[in-house]
Design a protein around this ligand. Sequence first.
Ligand SMILES: NC(=O)c1ccc[n+]([C@@H]2O[C@H](COP(=O)([O-])OP(=O)(O)OC[C@H]3O[C@@H](n4cnc5c(N)ncnc54)[C@H](O)[C@@H]3O)[C@@H](O)[C@H]2O)c1
Length: 285
Amino acid sequence: MSIQKVVVVGAGTMGAGIAQLCAQQGLQATITDISQELSDKARSRIEAGLTGRVEKGKISESEKNDILSRITAAGDLSPAADAQIVIESVIENLDIKKSVFAKLDELAPAETLLATNTTSLSISAMAEATRRPDKVVQMHFFNPPVIMKLVEIMPGRKTSPATLEIAASFARQLGKDPVICKNEAPAGIVSRILGQLLNEATWLVDGGIADPEDVDKAMKLGANHPMGPLQLIDMIGLDIHRAKMQTLKKELNDPRYAHPRLIDEMIDKGQLGRKTGKGFYDYGD
Ligand SMILES: NC(=O)c1ccc[n+]([C@@H]2O[C@H](COP(=O)([O-])OP(=O)(O)OC[C@H]3O[C@@H](n4cnc5c(N)ncnc54)[C@H](O)[C@@H]3O)[C@@H](O)[C@H]2O)c1
């Protein structure tokens, strides 16, 4: 089954990137958010990024225009009525995601797949907000979606094998190399392993063992990581990391997911990472 029409709900960092990816692969992508203005802004951000690539000689002006012609911005969920797959990528809040899934279930054709890009929330809980839990699946893209090769696919309790197969083949259609988890668990593979790595790196700083620069240098030179864990937590956002670890600790009922006290202290001071100009590193204004 080749997918041609995609709706992406949530025009933030990931939603805009997923819509761009779909359009770059020749699909029609509609991006939607709580207002037309937010979706229009996301489309403008995509346009600005593509213009930068034209200026660098990476793509031609006509390629840019072709990609943009396949991206439509909408202010509500009504385009789901015409979608073969919907990818939900709204903020990481289960109540909001459940309400989006319930509305999508009303609007989308019965055969349409409903995928979530959640990092660590329950796929089954979202699926239970619909009358088609067999067609609800996690498709977890990585940031930035146009570049990162992996899509993690995970079933909820009632996801059918056919849905998993369609999700994997859709990921391949987008030029990705998917992995399929056998069972549902919060945060999948990469986010769960990275969560512990980022905790550990923070504990090294918190315990006065090494400075952030040296922790990062050590992991780059000693483990061949392309970027250090503390550069990474600054990029992800300390608040986002903490929220994920809190979900893991609660859902898996395991104290090994507790996060370092230093993360709370930094968040209290507004040091969330790059987005606030300061985290483990200083980014100026
Ligand atoms: N940022 C990452 O690196 C990353 C990576 C993989 C997965 N994710 C997951 O992707 C999802 C989105 O993350 P993001 O970083 O793009 O967030 P973001 O904050 O950049 O964007 C979220 C968007 O959702 C919109 N939104 C909120 N409520 C909505 C609703 N009811 N209907 C439609 N839109 C609504 C917001 O207006 C906002 O534009 C989250 O579930 C997150 O866990 C994030």
